[in-house]
Design a protein around this ligand. Structure first.
Ligand code: FAD
Length: 417
């Protein structure tokens, strides 16, 4: 058989699966992607509701991600940048802090804010400088500790941690105790410090769309859920049986590979609620963080402070609730509306839609940024991809898709056993 006639299936059309397909095509293969849902993108999707662009969960593309630079055309995505800072709501007041070295607009509010001591501000500048110089390889070689311990060891004050780091990084790590590895903290901090946080003009879902546009010979079969993989045989939920030469499982494999049952990845969850609201007084693209204890809201963002392709009649307000909530959506949205009014001074916001994301980010130890192609090999013909192999980010999902393909190619060329 001509090598490129190998029948290669990719399970999952998320970022890792799409990047795997791009790389297989580069090597002359024409893979088939089997995707359980009715759309590509996995966790990265955007709906249009009443003209508003609703991303499935508040997420940002950090333009410094090395792999995103390789796979995405930022210009065509018309990336819209957030200001490098945040508005912090506490005790019914708000203050804005940010990185004045990247946006002069941040200088006055940051220097005059009461968040953190002068010593904290100096430590922030030092951290920025040292992480700018530190390579990603070095970051992921560091001994791991919790982010909380890392910040305490760096000498940040209690108020700086509770009023800034905790709300900011809870929204990124999707957990509010800052238990996430210090490697992830350094990685994300470095990415924030060396480029802008952005969103494509058409919403986060434009990212997988652009990856899909790079595919020419790949077939994508939507609404095609895989039930089980055994050897080279793929059994679909609809009973159909497919034979393959190689399979890349670009999602958690434990639910489809019988030998992996019981080895499920634990996941962190969140709820993202959207509201229609009156336009904010101060139209700046800044993330809002609620630093008061015992509130449900972690962060808020007015999406129309960035340019979007489509807009609704009013302002679109996104609210992220991090900690697992036992409340119904009706009860949670009522509670969030009340907190918006009490803590952020946002009155009369009307609930639009919510996304409960049970499997938002993998909960991992020993976070990595890369792996050897051979480490993606599960069996003779099955290879693995997905952010859960490395760390929960778009960058890691892309790296994992690339490594899985390198594993398959090495196997085909007889370099792997
Ligand atoms: C709320 C939220 C906020 C985030 N914020 C950020 C952020 O700001 N920056 C950042 O870099 N990253 C962020 N992320 C993480 C980022 O979205 C993920 O790392 C990335 O999308 C993972 O891609 P993936 O291909 O590994 O997995 P997935 O996107 O999960 O793709 C897996 C695909 O496999 C399909 N599938 C699963 N089982 C089967 C089956 N049996 N048969 C067929 N198909 C199947 C799924 O339907 C899915 O399409 C965030 C994620 C969430 C949810």
């Amino acid at each position: 058989m001509n090598q490129t006639n190998q029948k290669i299936y990719i399970i999952g059309a998320g970022i890792s699966g799409l990047v795997a397909a791009i790389n297989l095509e580069k090597k002359g293969y024409a893979p088939i992607i089997l995707e359980a849902t009715d759309r590509i993108g996995g966790r990265v999707k955007t709906d249009i509701v009443k003209g508003y662009q609703l991303d499935h969960g508040f997420q940002v593309l950090l333009e410094s991600y090395p792999k995103a630079k390789e796979y995405l055309d930022y210009k065509k995505l018309e990336l819209q940048s957030f200001l490098p800072g945040a508005t912090i709501y506490k005790n019914r007041n708000s203050q804005t802090i940010g990185d004045p070295t990247r946006s002069l607009k941040m200088l006055v509010p940051t220097m005059s804010s009461s968040i953190g001591t002068l010593g904290d501000k100096v430590k922030i500048l030092k951290l920025n400088k040292s992480l700018k110089k530190k390579s990603l390889e070095d970051i992921f070689k560091e001994e791991e500790k919790t982010t909380l311990k890392y910040l305490q060891d760096k000498g940040f004050s209690k108020s700086m941690i509770t009023d800034f780091f905790k709300p900011f990084f809870s929204g990124i790590f999707l957990e509010s105790s800052l238990e996430t590895s210090s490697r992830m903290f350094e990685f994300v901090y470095k990415m924030f410090g060396t480029g802008m946080a952005t969103l494509p003009k058409a919403g986060i879902g434009a990212i997988p769309k652009q990856l899909q546009e790079q595919l020419a010979t790949t077939q994508i079969k939507l609404d095609t859920a895989v039930k089980e993989i055994s050897g080279q045989t793929i059994t679909l939920e609809n009973g159909e049986v497919l034979e393959s030469d190689y399979i890349i499982i670009a999602t958690e494999a434990s639910h489809i590979v019988p030998n992996l049952r019981g080895q499920e990845t634990p996941w962190k969850s969140c709820v993202n609620l959207y509201f229609e609201a009156d336009a904010p007084k101060d139209r700046k693209p800044l993330i809002g963080l609620v630093a008061d204890e015992n509130t449900r809201i972690n962060n808020i963002f007015y999406h129309d402070t960035l340019e979007t392709v489509t807009t609704g009649a009013k302002s679109l307000l996104s609210v992220t609730v991090v900690d697992d909530s036992d409340l119904s959506i009706e009860a949670l949205s009522a509670m969030v509306s009340s907190e918006l009014s009490t803590y952020c001074g946002i009155k009369g916001a009307t609930f639009l839609k919510s996304y409960e994301i049970r499997k938002a980010l993998p909960e991992l130890n020993n976070l990595r940024n890369n792996c050897a192609p051979s480490e993606t090999q599960l069996t003779n013909n099955i290879f693995l991809a997905g952010d859960h192999l490395l760390n929960g980010s778009l960058n890691a999902a892309m790296v994992s898709g690339e490594r899985a393909v390198e594993g398959v190619i090495e196997k085909i060329e007889g370099l792997l056993k």
